[in-house]
Design a protein around this ligand. Structure first.
Ligand code: FES
Ligand code: FES
Length: 199
């Protein structure tokens, strides 16, 4: 996440001791006291007890800590928590707020897309974002855009299967919705007295 001049100036005015930081996490405002050097990952795990995002490498190479900031995936271990003030942070806990699995989580289970599960929260956060980003044309594209998420258990084929499943279900639903809209539009234009219907 690029840090603007305004953010840098704000950071310079606070710290180096603990400061009060207000974060919006999974649509809930949370106030924490932390030093400006604390990463978003540590803020989530150690201060807010949201332990879904995992600490694999703590240096930006494994993807286990992937969360979203303003809907875009970021590595929480390389993001300063204080720089996320005024932004919306979504962690894996926010994908299933009512305890019902997100379709991607359900697809991971159905596809057996995990073994030890340590990388899984980061994989799921990336996979959902990947669909939104539209980088799911084929396995090669999926593999490339998921390459920041390492799986030591090498569950990659099953992870790709889960992503394909969600992609195909969504495509089928979109096609049905489009057909429904087209049918609805035709019915309206064919009504007597409707100029567009030619009567
Ligand atoms: S813990 Fe953040 S990339 Fe590995
Ligand atoms: S399931 Fe074990 S690291 Fe991915």
């Amino acid at each position: 996440m690029a840090m603007g001049v305004e953010v840098v100036q704000r950071l310079a005015r606070r710290g180096p001791g603990a400061a009060t930081v207000t974060l919006s996490v999974n649509r809930e405002a949370r106030e924490v006291r932390l030093e400006p050097r604390v990463s978003l990952l540590d803020a989530l795990r150690e201060h807010l007890v949201l332990t879904g995002a995992k600490k694999g490498c703590d240096q930006g190479t494994c993807g286990a800590c992937t969360v979203w900031v303003d809907g875009r995936r970021v590595l929480a271990c390389l993001t300063l928590a204080i720089a996320c003030e005024g932004r919306e942070v979504t962690s894996i806990e926010g994908l299933a707020p009512d305890g019902e699995l997100h379709p991607m989580q359900a697809a991971f289970v159905a596809s057996d897309a995990l073994q030890c599960g340590y990388c899984t929260p980061g994989q799921v956060m990336s996979a959902v974002a990947l669909i939104e980003e539209g980088h799911v044309a084929d396995d090669a594209e999926i593999a490339e855009w998921m390459s920041g998420n390492i799986c030591r258990c090498a569950a990659y084929p099953n992870i790709r299967q889960a992503i394909r499943e969600v992609r195909d279900t969504r495509d089928a639903r979109d096609a049905r919705d489009a057909a429904g809209r087209a049918r609805h539009g035709k019915a309206r234009s064919a009504r007597p007295g409707n100029a567009a219907g030619g009567s």
